[in-house]
Write a protein of this length. Structure first.
Length: 486
């Protein structure tokens, strides 16, 4: 499909990117031709041998009903050392978020933003007030637990949610910080700690508060198996809570809400625990290397992360939606532009941690689209697509660029073809600025979105302001006026 039609798919959803299957159908790309830096999945698990075993059992998996959720949950609990009375398994963590909202959120919910969209969208869809604390870009989007407690108290919120690590920035609170937060908020109806990405953190197991949650009557810890096991398509996750809370949610879940693929994977895990632990170790190493490579791209700001993704602020003048579109149509690289995340803007992208060969492909593509050439090698031929930045921003002083391995040559058929557009339509600068004027030094290109290159605080607020314009609200008129600048 033509490039402009493919990228139009991103406008069909206000909260998520189009699915991988939608994009491959639209582009005609074959399996593996699109380098996916959008979906936060474990690239090293399941192992090839596990996939072979699942493939061999495909007929039975698709033919027969799964066992009961109780059977699958009991096996998972044996592996994790949990009491089944404290666990509820769902058809993905999103199903559990939905039932948490329906059963346990009565009137209001407080959550720092930007964060996972279902924690803001789900309660608003059911008429709840959502109080959103804007995470400060100046502090690298780090959450101050004391500031969040004061925010919850000042708003009178009855439910609080913290994602640890947070999505999209990967910020992580220590276990003492989380436990202190739970102590301060023990009078609330509910406190949710979403640990969906915690296993990818350097000290993931030591940071979890799942063991403490079962002793607290108002705490739920949420976990995502699809993300950890690299199997988003299976749709399975679980929560850990006091037996009363866990039982309430288990009782509301539909019968056979877990499919046969989920059962097959859970019952394979016991003999593959070593491979799973090794996959997490490799992802953590890849994250450190990926941050190192990205940090040497001039003009980019790369924030510290403990997830299996990295949050990046683009150079001034670059619109993330145009960068996303050109990376996909010109290089077959898919990234998550964050302009539709509340509390973020199109100045930011989230990049999933991938193996080194994929990162080389990403960095090479970003260099070509942003700067028109490889930053530390001679410029490409003149007929290369027009760069998004008129000049290469200065890199960190005194910091040498990493030696990137040579990118793998890709066949022409592997890159979805874009519609040929006039030069002005392919970059970020207006047409008048494209005519060469030798007497005038190159100027920084103007952003497509007027607020995309504003001060950091304004850039961070853009997503929330847009969301409110589209019908989102924090539920409190005074907060909405403050955020929108009215």
């Amino acid at each position: 499909m033509a490039g402009s039609d493919v990228t139009a798919l991103f406008g069909a959803s206000t909260a998520h990117s189009p699915s991988y299957f939608t994009l491959t159908r639209a582009t005609g790309a074959q399996a593996g031709e699109i380098a996916d830096f959008c979906i936060p999945c474990n690239p090293y698990f399941p192992t090839p041998a596990m996939f072979d075993r699942l493939g061999a059992g495909l007929r039975e998996i698709l033919t027969y009903y799964p066992s009961s959720a109780e059977t699958v949950t009991a096996e998972l609990c044996r592996l994790l050392g949990l009491n089944p009375a404290t666990v509820a398994m769902g058809n993905g963590s999103t199903e559990l978020i939905t039932w948490i909202d329906h059963l346990l959120v009565r009137e209001s919910l407080a959550v720092p933003v930007p964060t996972f969209g279902r924690w803001t969208d789900q309660p608003m869809e059911t008429g709840k007030r959502v109080d959103m604390l804007l995470l400060p870009e100046a502090r690298g989007f780090a959450l101050d637990p004391e500031a969040f407690v004061r925010f919850v108290e000042s708003r009178g919120s009855r439910v609080a949610v913290v994602c640890n690590p947070n999505n999209p920035d990967g910020g992580l609170l220590s276990k003492p910080q989380v436990l202190g937060l739970l102590d301060r908020l023990q009078d609330l109806d509910l406190v949710v700690v979403d640990e969906s990405f915690l296993e990818f953190a350097d000290e993931g197991q030591e940071t979890s508060v799942a063991a403490e949650a079962v002793l607290r009557p108002n705490v739920v810890v949420l976990r995502s198996l699809g993300k950890n096991f690299g199997l988003h398509g299976v749709r399975f996750g679980y929560l850990v809570a006091h037996p009363g809370l866990a039982g309430l949610i288990r009782g509301a879940l539909p019968k056979w809400n877990l499919n046969s693929f989920a059962e097959a994977v859970v019952f394979m895990l016991r003999e593959h625990r070593h491979e799973y632990a090794e996959s997490l170790r490799r992802v953590r190493g890849d994250r450190h290397e990926m941050i190192r490579y990205l940090s040497h791209l001039p003009g980019l700001t790369v924030y510290p992360s403990q997830g299996n993704f990295v949050y990046v602020r683009l150079p001034a003048g670059v619109d993330g939606a145009l960068l996303r579109d050109r990376l996909l149509t010109e290089h077959g690289v898919l990234v998550r532009e964050c302009g539709n995340k509340i509390g973020s803007s199109s100045r930011f992208v989230r990049l999933v941690v991938r193996p080194q060969a994929d990162v080389v492909r990403l960095v090479s593509a970003m260099e070509q689209v942003l700067y028109g050439r490889t930053v530390h090698t001679p410029a490409p031929a003149p007929q290369a697509p027009r760069p998004m930045l008129a000049q290469v921003p200065a890199g960190p002083p005194g910091v040498p660029a990493p030696d990137l391995p040579q990118a793998v040559e890709r066949p022409p058929s592997a890159v979805p073809q874009a519609v040929e557009r006039p030069p002005a339509a392919r970059g970020l600068v207006p047409a008048a600025a494209l005519a060469p004027e030798p007497a005038v030094p190159p100027q920084q290109p103007q952003p497509v979105c007027p607020d995309a290159a504003g001060p950091p605080a304004q850039a961070a607020r853009t997503g929330l302001v847009r969301a409110m314009t589209a019908g989102y609200t924090s539920g409190t008129a005074a907060i909405d006026r403050l955020v929108s600048g009215a």
